[in-house]
Write a protein that binds this ligand. Structure first.
Ligand code: GLN
Length: 471
């Protein structure tokens, strides 16, 4: 079985399972053992589903193994969002994205590890086992969707990971694990059933091994959903078609110079080599400036923490997750639950976010940050009047070792997101693709597009991927 499926793309796996040349019950019989081995080595999962429910009827994802980030609700399957406070939470319903995966025949194999509620860049702020990078287990998989990146890199079987990004949580793990990460336009995929981090910026997206499979995943989870008032009416597309026979001829691509400040110069070189190849393929390249880039990080963290602090207010030991006997008054009860249930980073964000929203500070911090975000969106919009896409490095460094991460101050930690925050807070789509290695660790390049222009960034990514594969 292993030999048959090992080098199959997700799409080929599906056609083989539909025509019967792959027997999916046999495949899943063998998969259990494989997942246990991967889990022991790299810990991508919080929960593994031992005997997954197999689809009854054919669909575009028929029989395909799909992992789900643990902040996305799955009916009757534990959903912790990486937090101890939700240790025993079993949702009674499926998130819309999960429902769509199942309706199309996808098979849920497990819930992937992440930073608690998405608070982090390295998946080290996790109440459970920290995922380890399959390229070097002493290094991080990135975060917050670290488990999704980890299993996508470690899987020697066809697989798609459904992940989530608020400020870069798909791009970071994709770059660090050498996989492809697609963060769609805000509103493209329903957030119904997603455990909120920062509602105005959260997006469900996909990580997989190649551009085609990643785009295929997006096709079947996107589209309007009446259960999410922020989900867009824009028609869903067959995104994977853009990955086939695509060309960049005549496309205008900008290289924003601010995205190359203070990054590993070996990464700069790799990105520019790939940009030049696209130029040889007929793209028109120009250097551009995004002057507001320096304001993205502080305004993002103000908005993200403000929204996170209100979202976490509901975890009080009454409705969801962790509970106890009420001893003392309710105030003491809530404090006790929250003291024990939340990790350090969640507490930091509750305190900072509550402060930024408090009467007297709200206008100076939260409201001001919202205005800065508007200006950043406008700056991107202005560039996209003349450009089809922007290209930049995905992350400023290669995946750090765990001992290096321990030494980072919170601010140094947040600063690692400086290349992903701008597009993420603007709600515009990005795709990160692997473009080689430094010291045997993968590096990533991100292609950024205007709202609802996933088609363009997928086309460019597919051409760049072909260049790298030498065909
Ligand atoms: N690292 C960023 C943060 O901690 C982004 C995380 C995310 O996208 N969920 O907020």
């Amino acid at each position: 079985m292993q030999l048959i499926t090992k080098n199959l793309s997700a799409a080929d796996f599906v056609s083989n399972s539909i025509n019967g040349s792959i027997d999916i019950s046999e495949f899943y019989g063998a998969l259990n053992e494989k997942l246990a081995i991967i889990q022991k080595k790299y810990a991508p999962f919080i929960t593994i589903i031992d005997n997954p429910e197999l689809p009854k009827k054919h669909g575009a994802l028929y029989g395909l193994p799909i992992s789900i980030k643990d902040c996305i609700c799955t009916a009757n399957i534990k959903t912790t969002a990486g937090s101890k406070i939700l240790e025993n939470y079993i949702p009674p319903f499926d998130a819309t994205s999960v429902k769509r995966v199942k309706e199309n025949g996808g098979v849920i194999i497990g819930k992937t590890a992440q930073d608690e509620f998405g608070f982090g860049t390295f998946s080290t702020n996790c109440a459970y086992e920290i995922p380890r990078n399959p390229h070097d287990p002493n290094r991080s998989c990135g975060g917050s969707s670290g488990g999704a990146g980890c299993i996508s890199a470690a899987a020697d079987f066809p697989h798609i990971a459904i992940a989530e990004s608020t400020g870069g949580s798909i791009t970071a793990p994709a770059a660090f694990t050498g996989t492809v990460g697609l963060t769609p336009t805000y509103g493209r995929v329903s957030r119904y059933g997603l455990i909120d981090y920062s509602n105005s910026m959260d997006k469900i997206g996909v990580i997989a091994k190649n551009v085609y499979d990643t785009a295929l995943g997006l096709t079947y989870i996107s589209g309007h959903d009446a259960n999410d008032t922020t989900s867009s009416n824009t028609k869903s597309e067959n995104f994977e078609d853009y990955a086939k026979n695509s060309t960049v001829k005549g496309m205008h691509i900008g290289v924003p110079k601010e995205y190359f400040d203070n990054i590993d110069n070996r990464i700069t070189k790799a990105v520019m080599d790939n940009v030049h190849k696209l130029e040889n393929d007929g793209a028109i390249i120009s250097e551009v400036s995004l002057k507001l880039t320096q304001y993205a990080l502080p305004s993002y963290y103000l908005i993200a923490m403000s929204e996170a602090s209100t979202n976490l207010a509901k975890y009080s030991g009454l409705r969801y997750g962790m509970q106890n006997y009420v001893d003392g008054n309710f105030s003491e009860y809530f404090s006790n639950i929250r003291e024990n249930g939340f990790g350090r980073e969640a507490k930091r964000r509750i305190i900072l976010g509550t402060y930024a929203r408090a009467a007297g500070f709200r206008d100076a911090y939260y409201m001001k940050a919202l205005k800065v975000r508007r200006l950043i969106i406008d700056e991107f919009k202005e560039r996209f009047k003349h450009l089809d896409a922007l290209i930049a490095p995905s992350m400023p460094i290669i995946a750090p070792r765990f001992d290096e991460i321990k030494k980072l101050t919170p601010l140094e930690n947040y600063n690692m997101d400086k290349l992903t925050i701008g597009p993420n807070m603007s709600g515009i789509p990005t795709i990160s693709i692997p473009i080689g290695t430094i010291e045997s660790m993968p590096i990533g390049m991100q292609i950024i597009g205007d709202h609802y222009n996933e088609s363009k960034i997928i086309k460019i990514a597919a051409v760049a991927e072909r260049n790298l594969n030498g065909n």
